[in-house]
Ligand binder design. Sequence first.
Ligand code: SAM
Ligand code: SF4
Ligand code: SF4
Length: 342
Amino acid sequence: MDLSESSALKPLDRLSRPMRDLRLSVTDRCNFRCSYCMPREVFGPDHAFLPKSEILSFEELTRLSRIFVGLGVEKVRLTGGEPLLRRDLPVLIGQLSSIEGLRDIALTTNGSALVQLAKPLHEAGLRRLTVSLDALDDGIFRAMNDVDFPVNRVLAGIDAAVEAGFAPVKINMVVKRGVNEDQIISMARRFRGPQYILRFIEYMDVGNSNGWRMDDVVSAREIISVLQNEFPVEPVAPNYAGEVARRYRHRDGGEIGIIASVTQPFCRGCTRARVSANGHFYTCLFASKGHDLRALLRSEMSDDDISQSICAIWQGREDRYSELRSAATITQPKAEMSVLGG
Ligand code: SAM
Ligand code: SF4
Ligand code: SF4
């Protein structure tokens, strides 16, 4: 079967979910040590990151993306670790842009290198950008990134992104109780208006290293009620089936999203495939193990054969972790967020 024939095959998983989005981690390294993701006690100086030889090359990432697009993927999001640490990233964007049928390329970043890279990324064809920012208060932000990185440099990066043509820039804020919940209002105020879409994210039990407790989660309901105190917001219909963020709009314009993966799981509409920097394919953010696609890419296998292997894995998928979350699932082994990229 050649790829054009196999491309007619758009697999559904066991819960009848198609594969629409691919999240590609381009590096497992990061210059931040956010405690909810890469706590420094676990990701310290002795932590063994992947050697270069184990990381997928741009050619491998592009080949793999093309195969995934043949199976139904319409959107690729680059992530990490911190994707902007991957050298020459605009070159990869350029290669991905040439894939026929790929409608959307996006990137999630901590924003630390955007001042230098926003323009080259846009020139290479990137059109959608999400910047993670958990606080406007410099002290809180420095404590949360745990490398003393100043908030002004991320804010300057966001300005550079708007200037480069990325508006509306999405801003992701993970809310953790007792850490940054008092930043909800100031963030909503700062990122109001057509240039931004602020999204609040419930703190999740990804991986096994962040010491997650349900008590630390500030629920979507609480976030909305904090917002309502200051801004009247009203719900907006989803843009498309399976959209993970619940959308709200300020009554006088501007949009806010809430990603309530803990208190309002959305597994039924989950169409996301994830590939780690070393080429392992994960069918869920909370999976313990991936399927090694790098070995296939580095073998003599044809694109069609690799496509069929991916198809078979997707057809066997029955993940719905967030719907099943319980005291027992929280401690089961899971891959780390910095491996999967969110
Ligand atoms: N380094 C980039 C960044 O921070 O945007 C990309 C990778 S990061 C793992 C992707 C997203 O996952 C970020 O928006 C981050 O805030 C979010 N994230 C990490 N750990 C999380 C957790 N435990 N719960 C919820 N979101 C988390
Ligand atoms: Fe790095 Fe992003 Fe994880 Fe923070 S959330 S440690 S910036 S990968
Ligand atoms: Fe998708 Fe797994 Fe998250 Fe459910 S828990 S929405 S299946 S990634």
